[in-house]
Design a protein. Structure first.
Length: 288
């Protein structure tokens, strides 16, 4: 009963958490909805199929919890709370939840509000991580295609946000899962980079590191939604993302947090450091 179960084991943070724990010598298993039922690529754990959770939870003393699907239109509020109940009943004694900035101040309609409450009320050691926008959104996920096109057309204006490096999130998560004692128990960490920057500055930093011309163009929320839906995104999902980006325009989430330093005893990685590493790794090199 000593394995650590990492949900979203192929995702932006999950694979990094699993890698760090393995490097530290901890027995790790990963789980995702798409994993093989035979375990060849990790355990299969579909949050919509509680009947199939047993094999993944069996023997896990600690869990890294994420909600991988926050698409609007479907109620996700009970999935993680139910998994928490099952995990604790199966013997888990430590939970680390990847939440998000502002969930503590959100109303009960937020899909992660119930998850935070379930973790806090679980009766076992818990840690909650509340990051803002990931730096890796530019190099691995949402905005990478726009960076490759040379144009980030986003409704953010001159708004600034302290992009956090997913490596920092993973290091805090791994420490919270693996370290004995109460250092991280009962803590909610606000995870950010060391300073807030605008999307124009982010584009300029990527341009300088890659030699590519990348610029930010401010657009209205309506223009952003129209562009996303024209490329096949569901309208409701596009509107939700537009609202989050408009929050950046309006200054919400611009303050930095000290969670990385509290958890790890060092400053967070800068956006500049992430850009340099991503450029060196070829993250913005177009595929042939």
């Amino acid at each position: 009963m000593n394995e650590i179960l990492v949900l979203g084991g192929t995702g932006t943070t999950g694979r990094r958490v699993a890698r760090r724990l393995t490097a530290l010598g901890h027995p790790v298993r990963t789980a995702s909805r798409t994993a093989s039922r035979t375990g060849g690529g990790g355990h299969r754990l579909d949050l919509d199929d509680p009947a199939g959770w047993g094999p993944a939870l069996d023997g896990a003393r600690a869990l890294y919890l994420i909600e991988p699907d926050l698409r609007p239109g479907t109620d996700r509020r009970e999935r993680l709370p139910l998994l928490v109940d099952h995990a604790v009943a199966a013997g888990a004694r430590r939970l680390v939840l990847l939440s998000a900035y502002g969930v503590d101040e959100a109303d009960d309609s937020h899909p992660l509000k119930a998850a935070e409450r379930a973790v806090r009320d679980s009766g076992v050691d818990w840690t909650i991580l509340r990051p803002g926008w990931f730096a890796q959104n530019f190099s691995e996920t949402f905005w990478r295609p726009a960076v490759l096109s040379g144009l980030l057309a986003l409704p953010t204006g001159d708004g600034r946000t302290p992009f956090v490096d997913a490596e920092d999130i993973a290091e805090v998560a791994a420490a919270s899962l693996a370290e004995d004692g109460d250092r991280h128990a009962g803590r909610a960490y606000r995870l950010t980079g060391p300073r807030a920057i605008g999307f124009g500055e982010a584009a300029a930093l990527i341009s300088a590191a890659t030699g590519r011309t990348v610029r930010h163009q401010d657009v209205t929320a309506e223009e952003f939604v129209a562009a996303m839906t024209a490329h096949g995104a569901p309208a409701e999902a596009a509107r939700r993302l537009a609202a989050l980006l408009t929050d950046v325009r309006e200054g919400r989430g611009a303050e930095t947090g000290d969670g990385v330093e509290q958890a790890l005893g060092r400053p967070p990685r800068s956006f500049e450091a992430h850009v340099a590493a991503a450029a060196a790794a070829g993250c913005w090199t177009p595929a042939d």
